[in-house]
Design a protein around this ligand. Structure first.
Ligand SMILES: NC(=O)c1ccc[n+]([C@@H]2O[C@H](COP(=O)([O-])OP(=O)(O)OC[C@H]3O[C@@H](n4cnc5c(N)ncnc54)[C@H](OP(=O)(O)O)[C@@H]3O)[C@@H](O)[C@H]2O)c1
Length: 277
């Protein structure tokens, strides 16, 4: 039986993108159940149910999916810092629950979870969101303290996307027909090098910022010290050294799906300026 009662289960509900997906669905009047591994720490907006489950151990997710008609899915396991390996078991639990629509946020490349959900014949929409604007928050401390941004690969170009645009697209694909089997490449409407990005950030803060180029090894060491797994370090550095074309090519998908232009980086900076002051 396929459920069509409107309960949307959101994985990553305590996180950056999932949290915005929860808020956007609630704003549109949908019933939302947020999935978390740590319910005692989860702070979800009023109106959202909290459900416990670990995507790496799919049987634990079964109760959370009871009666759900849609699922927002992540493909990355925070515990291992690597893509989830539980695809086939997860797909079975989702299919058994009668979930009608799955929207999967990829982790930078198509992985075993998306493949397993597709192989199970579930109606999946994949959101290939390129670099999030919120990655810029990693610069907040050095900008506040020294007015400096340190990165390797200064010429890397990126069509950064605003997190709220991802959330609004997800809210539609989770609750509307017509998106099954589609892979949407999601970007913003502008392409930036690090120099462009630092300039827009500085303009928004009303202050001159300096860019200091790191070597690749310094960038790797910084990620290792921040606790990233070896696999995550290789993935991020590999992307920065040689990003896929989609990462620096403006995609029309946000505008086509939302009927308005993608939010700009200047807008993101204005919304987050306090974090850099
Ligand atoms: N940063 C980028 O530019 C970028 C670009 C494309 C794709 N992505 C992908 O986007 C995803 C979401 O990013 P984000 O910024 O929203 O991440 P985030 O703020 O770190 O949130 C991650 C969420 O995932 C949940 N989670 C992690 N492992 C889980 C598991 N095994 N079972 C259930 N829930 C689990 C956590 O929930 P609990 O701790 O509450 O369980 C947390 O709420 C990432 O996985 C990343 O791979 C990132």
């Amino acid at each position: 039986m396929i459920n069509d009662n409107g309960i949307v289960v959101v994985a990553g509900a305590t996180g950056n993108i999932g949290g915005k997906v929860v808020a956007e669905l609630l704003r549109r009047g949908h019933r939302v159940r947020g999935l978390t591994r740590n319910p005692e720490r989860a702070r979800l907006p009023d109106g959202a149910e909290v459900a416990v489950g670990d995507l790496a151990d799919p049987e634990t997710v079964r109760p959370a999916l009871a009666g759900a008609s849609a699922l927002f899915l992540l493909t990355y396991d925070a515990a291992t810092g690597a893509p989830l390996r539980s695809g086939p078991e997860l797909a079975k639990v989702v299919a058994d629950a009668g979930v009608r629509r799955v929207t999967t946020l990829w982790g930078g490349e198509t992985g075993p979870v998306e493949q397993a959900i597709a192989d199970a014949g579930l109606a999946q929409t994949t959101l290939q969101a390129m670099e999030f604007m919120s990655n810029t928050l990693a610069w907040a401390e050095s900008v506040r303290a020294e007015g400096v941004v340190r990165e390797a690969f200064p010429e890397m170009r990126s069509a950064l996307i605003h997190e709220q645009d991802i959330a609004e697209v997800a809210a539609r694909t989770l609750t509307e027909d017509g998106h099954a089997g589609r892979d949407y490449v999601l970007t913003g409407s502008e392409v930036f090098t690090y120099a462009d990005r630092v300039r827009v950030l500085g303009a928004g803060l009303g202050r001159d910022l300096r860019f200091i180029e790191l070597t690749e090894e310094q960038a790797r060491e910084r990620m290792r010290q921040a606790g990233y797994s070896a696999e995550a370090v290789d993935h991020v550095i590999g992307w920065h050294a040689d990003p896929p074309r989609e990462g620096y090519t403006v995609s029309p998908a946000v505008e086509q799906l939302l009927g308005r232009p993608a939010r700009t980086f200047a807008q993101w900076v204005a919304e987050h300026a306090d974090a850099f002051r």
